[in-house]
Design a binder for this molecule. Structure first.
Ligand code: UFG
Length: 327
């Protein structure tokens, strides 16, 4: 089966391309390399361009005739999205709209869409289910929610099937450590903790120690990138078999505080990782933990990895690629 992966040079997209190749799929990657790295694409068939460029996509879709599309290409930094709403709406919403239009024109019937827990905003404490109301508190979450809604109407009008997967905190790397996370600049907790372990940063800054959580620091639900990709394959199979569209959370049902992450990283790496608690980062909800019961029951998803695997696989990548990809 042929799968077109947009954003396949980015962190999650490149893991998807790699794992789908390992599972025997034929993979085609489209990425404009605005954030991604060509070196992350490996030996997949690669097209450089914008997913919203209909002329370009006409060529890509015409030449390859994919059976399905997994759509990752997007800007995804919460803080940046608050400074650049125009860029986020244009790059996420407008480009996705053109992409979906191209898919309809080429009769591609199935899309798996990379959505986010940021669609929920700051929910009350407790496990977040797909029924928890959507109330994004940042532009990033708004753009992803707008795309989910667009997919619903494209499905109604044009028969484009979709499953949107709302990711919680994706982390870790391919267990063999040859691909991993390389954001420039890095803003995510686990890569930053590991940069401290490597000595690339002197000290960790923990944003906020006065949250209503077990130790005062924020709690997040960390899901291994490879477990996440398994769910994409299951979503695709489910959609192809049943024609059912929908939205699923992808997390683990358990959360770790920022201090617990630092402590686990100390254990995995053996490095001291000095950390200071400083002011809160604006826009951070205290706790985000998913119920993934629907993904488990309906898609048949089961996670394989826990937090120590996540950090040790990420460590394998970072410690062997201290400067990330060479491009
Ligand atoms: N944090 C620190 N110090 C740092 C970096 C992060 O204390 O140097 C804290 C943050 O304040 C937060 C936690 O670590 O409390 C996790 O922060 P990340 O930046 O790693 O991740 P976010 O939870 O902000 O966001 C991630 C993705 C989003 C997605 C969201 C869904 O980046 O795209 O998860 O939960 F929407």
């Amino acid at each position: 089966m042929k799968i077109l992966i947009t954003g396949g040079a980015g962190y999650i997209g490149s893991h998807c391309a790699e794992i789908f190749k390992e599972k025997g799929y034929e993979v085609i990657v489209v990425d404009n390399l605005s954030k991604g790295h060509e070196a992350a694409v490996g030996n997949a068939k690669f097209y450089k361009g914008n997913v919203g460029d209909e002329e370009f996509m006409y060529k890509v879709l015409g030449e390859n005739k994919p059976d399905a599309v997994i759509h990752f290409a997007a800007y995804s930094l919460v803080g940046e999205s608050m400074q650049k709403p125009y860029e986020y709406y244009k790059n996420n919403v407008c480009e996705s709209m053109n992409l979906f239009h191209s898919l309809v024109r080429h009769d591609v019937k199935n899309v798996v869409f990379s959505s986010t827990a940021a669609t929920y905003g700051q929910p009350e404490d407790g496990l977040i289910t797909e029924k928890t109301p959507n109330a994004p508190i940042n532009t990033y979450g708004e753009t992803k929610l707008a795309i989910e809604k667009m997919l619903k109407w494209f499905n109604t009008a044009y028969g484009l099937n979709y499953i949107a997967l709302r990711y919680f905190n994706v982390a870790g790397a391919h267990p063999d450590g040859h691909i991993g996370e390389d954001h420039r600049p890095e803003t995510h907790l686990i890569p930053i903790v590991l940069q401290c372990a490597m000595g690339k940063r002197e000290r960790m800054k923990i944003f906020g120690g006065d949250y209503p959580t077990k130790d005062g620091t924020c709690v997040r639900d960390y899901i291994h990138v490879c477990d996440l990709i398994d769910a994409h394959e299951l979503a695709l199979k489910h959609m192809q078999k049943t024609g059912e569209c929908g939205v699923y959370n992808l997390g683990t049902g358990g959360g770790y505080s920022n201090l617990e992450i630092v402590e686990t990283a100390r254990k995995v790496t053996g490095a001291p990782i000095p950390a200071d608690i400083i002011d809160r980062r604006p826009g951070d909800p205290p706790t985000l933990v998913a119920s993934s019961e629907n993904a488990e029951k309906i898609l048949g998803w089961k996670r394989r990895y826990g937090i120590e695997d996540i950090i040790s696989h990420a460590w394998k990548w970072h410690s062997t690629h201290p400067d990330g990809y060479k491009d």
